[in-house]
Design a protein around this ligand. Structure first.
Ligand code: ASP
Ligand code: MG
Length: 480
């Protein structure tokens, strides 16, 4: 659709009646100029509450479940009362009640079974988004703006990987158009739940934690939107985490490649999978702060207008573990061991954050997320059981006392001396570098350091490479 704007609001931006009203104002302003589809997350902390409720139910904790259900009901009832004029409350309160009852029905099933089937979990936790979509649509309607809450399961078609589903773009395109374009053509704003979808045969799925950004980008691509605006509680994508580097600056523009890299490597503003659906149609994305809508935010684009040199941002991750493998005899070639290990990682469905190997004996190590470690080790031990049993491979080593620092920027390519400056800055802080990885695209340098040195290292690299200054100079250049 021509000129369509997709706007997504995160959990904090939906966190209270006041926040929802502010978000509704942003939507109202947007649609004065062009058609808008809104995508919403559950109110902040609600998905955690729902997951906790299901865990309690599985564990047979009936009273704990009851208490959580009460919290769920109370938070949304209260928000509803604060949000809507008295004459509009009754219908919305009834709808809230019905959704809470739907959650309760699934949770009671879990309580009885003592088990949480993944597809029931997905159906249940999407209710957080269905509640917030309901509230947003009611809020818009109460201000005379026509809006309708739409369940993401009606518009996003996914595979059957419950808890971390991927979209099937062709059927999604058909369904999204069929179900959303008539509303848009009639001047009604669809408020779509983020986070969820359904398989081709209609079984409910979710896209993974934080997946509402991904929902919004899937819909933007499916509807050929002109732009996607992602509203959160920060001013945009920053040169570093401001809690670690207080002088960090907001970047005015980053490329898809840079933004995806930053998201995968610990920058929390954007869900890592968000950008993939947009690349083909080159739909630009804005990351903006719903608590300061006047600020420009960060624009994510296919290419930068002005060429950049050097790094754009530095990120850090703490919830990681380094796994090392080393052949113990010449019987097993390092290459074979590596091939088998990668096979195991793929079987575990785990993401490799960094991979490196150097010595002639081809010992090698890779970094994974801590929450994927158990699955990784299980798959490695299964795949390499013979090699381990025969002593061709030394026992697998795991180091959890590590952190990952990543320096990202398209302009790092072919900039000599950069790695030297980065390593010198880190060593000046007396932080030991454990492992280093840089892909040949030169988009990212990844450095694994001792956990306790991570924050210092981030500050040192951020200031040595003058990353914040570069960002500020660039913005001034644009303004001047
Ligand atoms: N509500 C979901 C979560 O907390 C999805 C999202 O917020 O994007 O993970
Ligand atoms: Mg979120």
């Amino acid at each position: 659709m021509n000129d369509l704007l997709v706007m997504k609001f995160g959990g904090t931006s939906m966190g209270s009646a006041g926040c929802i009203q502010a978000a509704a104002r942003i939507i109202a302003q947007g649609r004065e100029r062009r058609p808008v589809v809104a995508v919403v997350s559950a109110m902040s902390k609600i998905t955690d509450l729902l997951l906790d409720s299901l865990r309690r139910a599985e564990g047979g904790d009936g009273p704990g479940l009851e208490a959580n259900l009460q919290k769920l009901q109370d938070r949304h009832t209260l928000t509803c009362r604060e949000l809507l004029p008295p004459e509009k409350q009754e219908a919305a309160l009834q709808a809230v009640h019905n959704l809470v009852a739907e959650f309760q029905r699934i949770a009671n099933g879990v309580l009885m079974l003592g088990e949480r089937p993944p597809r029931s979990v997905d159906e249940a936790i999407a209710i957080g988004e269905r509640l917030s979509a309901l509230l947003m649509a009611a809020c818009l309607e109460s201000q005379g703006i026509r809006a309708v809450a739409v369940n993401g399961a009606e518009v996003i078609v996914t595979d059957a990987v419950f808890g971390s589903a991927s979209p099937l773009m062709e059927p999604t395109r058909d369904k999204a158009r069929q179900n959303l374009l008539p509303w848009l053509e009639g001047g009604v704003i669809p408020v779509v739940t983020g986070f969820n979808g359904a398989t081709v045969d209609g079984r409910p799925t979710t896209l993974g934690r934080g997946g509402s950004d991904f929902s919004a980008s899937i819909l933007a691509a499916a509807l050929d939107a002109a732009e996607l605006w992602i509203w959160t509680d920060v001013d945009g994508i920053m040169t570093a985490d401001p809690r670690l580097a207080p002088d960090a600056a907001v970047l005015d523009e980053v490329t898809y490649g840079e933004a995806a890299e930053l998201a995968y490597r610990g920058a929390k503003v954007l869900h890592p999978r968000t950008l993939a659906p947009l690349v083909e149609k080159q739909i630009p994305v804005w990351s903006k702060n719903s608590f300061a809508p006047g600020k420009p935010g960060t624009k994510i684009v296919p290419r930068l207008a002005a060429e950049e040199h050097g790094p754009r941002a530095v990120t850090s991750m703490t919830n990681v573990a380094l796994v090392s493998l080393e052949p113990a005899s010449a019987v097993l070639s390092g290459t074979k061991a590596m091939a088998r290990a990668l096979e195991a990682l793929s079987a575990a469905n785990a993401e490799v954050l960094a991979l490196s190997s150097s010595s002639y004996r081809q010992s090698f190590c890779f970094l994974v997320r801590k929450d994927e470690l158990a699955a990784v080790l299980e798959c490695l031990e299964a795949t390499l059981s013979l090699e381990l049993a025969h002593g061709y491979l030394k026992p697998i080593q795991v180091d959890e006392n590590v952190g990952l620092l990543s320096v990202v920027g398209e302009g790092m390519k072919g900039t000599p001396g950069l790695a030297g400056r980065i390593f010198t800055a880190i060593s000046r802080e007396n932080v030991n570098i454990i492992s280093i990885a840089q892909g040949s695209s030169e988009l990212t340098i990844s450095i694994v350091v001792r956990r306790e040195g991570l924050e210092k290292a981030v500050r040192a690299v951020h200031s040595e490479c003058r990353i914040a200054e570069q960002a500020r100079v660039r913005k001034q250049g644009e303004r001047g």
